[in-house]
Design a protein around this ligand. Structure first.
Ligand code: DGL
Length: 272
């Protein structure tokens, strides 16, 4: 069975891969980290679009993927339309900040959104924001440097940036005027959840999009009759994910060892 391709600018998409793995335990995945050309969130749209199309081409033609998950909010905003136009027959799933679920669960009606500068500035995000319940107030915060700090597992920088950016969202808790729900609008931020939770307090819900993306992927594969339901022994013995990076192998290796179980080796790929 052909694998499912998953890509991000770096290690962030591993948070989506975790959810995909538990939703689709019999699938094989190819994970692509574009760390050699990251971060995406502080680059212009043309760069992210060009990188996403190059990665799509690599995953479709060189890895033979039968579905594609864009495990990056910034790349989804910049390139999902172009990817769908390039591969009309391929199931393609993107990730976007979970504004709707956040608005539905917020009792104070004040929701914080942490995302990259690129995501917040995108037309796609602005349209998503306009489509929400007007009674809910969204406080937006671009988190320059946070994805890079998480990518390099720089604990001091992660702590400093989490403090700075959560402070900008305002007051937290369940009382009127306080933020009671925070959307993690970048797949990297799921790996800073503990740090973020410490700052916003235990009563605030942090929402990422890993699980909804995994469920959507499952549904699309079912529609195509392409979900792998096999449970044979050979499947179990197969390596479930191949990992590739345009950046430093040890960075992705360390993150994969930390966040995934029994994955295959990490290899470098040059993709100009
Ligand atoms: N993980 C990416 C996202 O979800 C962006 C990180 C970056 O800036 O490269 O937006």
């Amino acid at each position: 069975m052909h694998p499912i391709g998953v890509f991000d600018s770096g290690v962030g998409g591993l948070s989506v891969l975790q959810a995909l793995r538990s939703e689709l335990p019999h699938e094989r995945f190819v994970y692509f980290s574009d760390a050699g050309y990251a971060p995406y969130g502080e680059r212009d749209v043309a760069h992210v679009l060009q990188r996403s199309l190059a990665i799509g081409d690599y995953l479709v033609h060189r890895q033979g993927v039968r579905a594609l998950v864009v495990a990056c909010n910034t790349a989804t905003a910049a390139a999902i339309v172009a990817l769908r136009a390039a591969y009309p027959a391929l199931p393609i799933v993107g990730v976007e900040p979970a504004l709707k679920p956040a608005a539905a669960r917020s009792l104070t009606g004040i929701v914080g959104v942490l995302a990259t500068r690129g995501t917040l500035a995108s037309e796609k995000f602005q349209a998503l924001l306009q489509a929400q319940n007007p009674k809910v107030h969204f406080v937006l915060q671009a988190c320059d440097g946070l994805a890079a700090a998480i990518e390099h597992d720089d604990a001091a920088q992660i702590a400093a940036l989490c403090t700075r950016y959560t402070a900008n969202l305002g007051r937290f808790g369940g009382t009127p005027g306080a933020v009671d729900t925070v959307v993690l609008g970048c797949t990297h931020y799921a790996f800073a959840k503990t740090e973020l939770q410490k700052r916003v307090g235990p009563d605030v819900t942090l929402l990422d999009a890993g699980q909804p993306v995994a469920q959507r992927t499952h549904k699309l594969l079912d529609q195509e009759n392409a979900a792998n339901l096999a449970t044979g022994a050979s499947e179990k013995n197969q390596i479930w994910v191949d990992l590739w990076t345009t950046g430093t192998v040890s960075t992705l290796e360390d993150a994969a060892q930390r966040w995934l179980t029994d994955c295959g080796p990490v290899r470098h790929v040059a993709l100009a």
